[in-house]
Design a protein around this ligand. Structure first.
Ligand code: S3P
Length: 163
C-alpha cells in the first residue's frame, strides 16, 4: 500500500489529522519533525537556533528519502517540506499527497499564543507572504481538503471518502 502524505502550511492540522487518520486505518503514523528530532536529539527550534534552517532542511531531506521507501504509513510533513521539489518527488513515488489547506485567519487563531515555530516568529505580513508563496507548492497535491471550518473528524472523514 502507498503511503498517505499530508502536506500544507503550519497550523493546518497535519499532525493532529494524521494521527487520527492512521488510527482509523490501523496504520503507523510518522511526523517528519519528530523523526528529525529523534535523529538529531534536538527539537526543531533548537536545530534552527543552533545550526540554522539549512541544516534542518538537509536533515529533513534525509528523513523524507527514508520514509518514502516505506509503505502503508501516514506521514505528516513539515510546512516547508514540499517547498523542496526533491522531497515532493520522493514522497509522490510511493504516496498519495494530500494538501491540508487553511485560511490565514484559521491558522493564526489555531497557533495562538503558544507558538514556538521558528518560521512563525515574524509579523503577520511576513507569515502571510510565506503562506502565499507556498500555495503553489501545496497545490501540487493529489487533492486538497480545506480544514479552516472543519473539526478533526470531518477532515478525516473527507480524506477517507476521497482516497
Ligand atoms: C516549517 C514547519 C514546521 C517545521 C519547521 C519548518 C516550515 O512544521 O518543519 O518549523 O517551514 O513551514 P509544522 O508545519 O508541522 O509546524
Amino acid at each position: 500500500m502507498r503511503n498517505i502524505v499530508l502536506i500544507g502550511f503550519m497550523g493546518t492540522g497535519k499532525s493532529t489529522v494524521g494521527k487520527r487518520l492512521a488510527q482509523s486505518l490501523a496504520w503507523d503514523f510518522v511526523d517528519t519533525d519528530c523523526v528529525i528530532g529523534e535523529v538529531t536529539s534536538l527539537s526543531v527550534t533548537e536545530i534552527f537556533r543552533r545550526h540554522g534552517e539549512t541544516r534542518f532542511r538537509s536533515e529533513e531531506r534525509i528523513v523524507v528519502a527514508r520514509l518514502s521507501q516505506q509503505g502503508q504509513i501516514v506521514i505528516a510533513t513539515g510546512g516547508g517540506t514540499v517547498v523542496d521539489s526533491r522531497n515532493l518527488e520522493a514522497l509522490s513515488q510511493n504516496g498519495i499527497i494530500i494538501n491540508l489547506h487553511a485560511s490565514m485567519e484559521a491558522i493564526l487563531s489555531r497557533i495562538g499564543h503558544k507558538n514556538d515555530r521558528p518560521l512563525l516568529k515574524g509579523t503577520r505580513e511576513a507569515i502571510e507572504k510565506l503562506w502565499t508563496e507556498r500555495q503553489v507548492c501545496y497545490a501540487q497535491a493529489d487533492f486538497t481538503v480545506d480544514t479552516s471550518q472543519k473539526n478533526i473528524d470531518e477532515v478525516v472523514s473527507e480524506i477517507l471518502a476521497r482516497l
